[in-house]
Write a protein that binds this ligand. Structure first.
Ligand SMILES: Cc1cc2nc3c(=O)[nH]c(=O)nc-3n(C[C@H](O)[C@H](O)[C@H](O)COP(=O)(O)O)c2cc1C
Length: 202
């Protein structure tokens, strides 16, 4: 697909055809895109948990929602997704990488980091999955795991402590869904967010 079309067509999809799995080779391709994301110092401090078995997906939703919670329309649609990829970042991988002789930050001081590159890089990788999904004719949605459910999520899937789930990506063939109410805010025009030469100069 033409890159311009791909970017313009991408949107978060929150309901899926539950009877149409994501072909394994397509899922593998999306994960291959993910690991081609840029990363600071080529640290590649990410990890992806792929859930396609119904029991695993059920365990994911059980761990990340309130017990006994009646599914609202968001959850009902999202639970139809035949695949979930949870993206994790590993801060230690960055602190270790930058303590290596060619970088030399042997004190592992986090104050050296302008922003948490470990989360940024995993976000870049996630975006490649989202864009790859559009190219493959799939729908996808990046969504957060609420902090109150992180511990139960980790325990359910044996996620090591150094890995932080930065978000999950539901994947599947799209079903008609409701537009997110957030979209009523409208897209901020380039004129408002782009500054040329000096902040405030359009
Ligand atoms: C970091 C991040 C967290 C998000 N969390 C959620 C979420 O928890 N639930 C959800 O339905 N959408 C979530 N979204 C999707 C946004 O609502 C969506 O990207 C935004 O409304 C713009 O819509 P579009 O991506 O369809 O263009 C998230 C997006 C990002 C980038």
């Amino acid at each position: 697909m033409d890159f311009d079309d791909l970017v313009r067509r991408r949107r978060m999809v929150r309901d899926y055809d539950p009877d149409r799995p994501v072909p394994p080779e397509v899922l593998d391709r999306l994960l291959d895109y993910a690991i081609r994301a840029p990363s600071a110092g080529f640290s590649q401090g990410w990890g992806f948990l792929v859930l396609t078995e119904p029991a695993d997906r059920d365990a994911f939703w059980a761990a990340t929602t309130e017990p006994g919670e009646l599914p609202d329309s968001w959850l009902t649609g999202m639970r139809h997704a035949p695949a979930i990829v949870v993206a994790h970042s590993n801060k230690d991988a960055y602190l270790d990488r930058y303590a290596a002789p060619d970088k030399g930050w042997v004190d592992r001081d986090e104050a050296r980091w302008p922003v948490p590159y470990w989360h940024i890089d995993t976000g870049f990788a996630s975006l490649l999955v989202l864009l790859g999904a559009v190219d493959a004719g799939l729908g996808a949605c990046f969504f957060g795991i609420p902090p109150a459910h992180t511990a139960t999520y980790r325990a359910a899937f044996d996620v090591p402590p150094q890995y932080t789930p930065i978000g999950a990506i539901s994947l599947g063939y799209p079903a008609p869904d409701r537009r997110s109410p957030s979209l009523r805010r409208g897209r901020r025009p380039a004129d408002e967010v782009v500054h040329r030469g000096r902040w405030g100069r359009r």
